[in-house]
Design a protein around this ligand. Sequence first.
Ligand code: GLV
Ligand code: MN
Length: 223
Amino acid sequence: MKFLPISFFILALATAIALAYDPSPLQDICVATNNLDSGVFVNGRFCKDPNQATADDFLFMGLRNPGNTANPLGSKVTPAFVNQFPGVNTLGVSMARIDFAPGGLNPPHLHPRGSEVQFVAEGMLLAGFVTSNQLNNTFFTKVLYKGDVFAFPIGLIHFQLNIGNTYALAFSSFSSQNPGIITVANAVFGAKPPISVDVLTKAFQLDKKVVDYLQAQFWYDNN
Ligand code: GLV
Ligand code: MN
């Protein structure tokens, strides 16, 4: 009986160690420094004095207006992430509005720090995501109608295409205040400085001419 408290303590300690994991990053990079003068961000943003906060800090009106879809993709993502909407700092949530012209595409992209759920407010979208190699790059796809909601798991490549004849509108919520957006084509073929042609010809099984062509394109960023 007298060993019970100590065994309980060891068990609790083991459980705590087993459950411990690193906090998820809220930014792309955070290089460690010992120089306190140049150390700026750890994670997220500094907090305003709570006594100075007002209701306005928790209101974002930037999703009221349609984004301009007169661009090469025919779509526009208007983010309400922590950079646009400071009130969500530390809350682990954010939103976006996505406008689509007929035929408009929100091109294959991923969010490195958040899952997404998307609500279709107008129109009809073809949406899909591709799993990692854990599930052999399986493609999950659906046609979404007004009122539907579709989920895109964190870190998986996904897209939406307006397959209707009318304008389409969607609103998304994210499980991060700063989910990030990596647009696949832009990141691969529009990287600055460019990724070596040798890497891309082999990786994508393309002729060097095709890689040169792709790297010379202007990769429009719709967000
Ligand atoms: C935005 O990130 C979207 O997938 O619509
Ligand atoms: Mn997305």
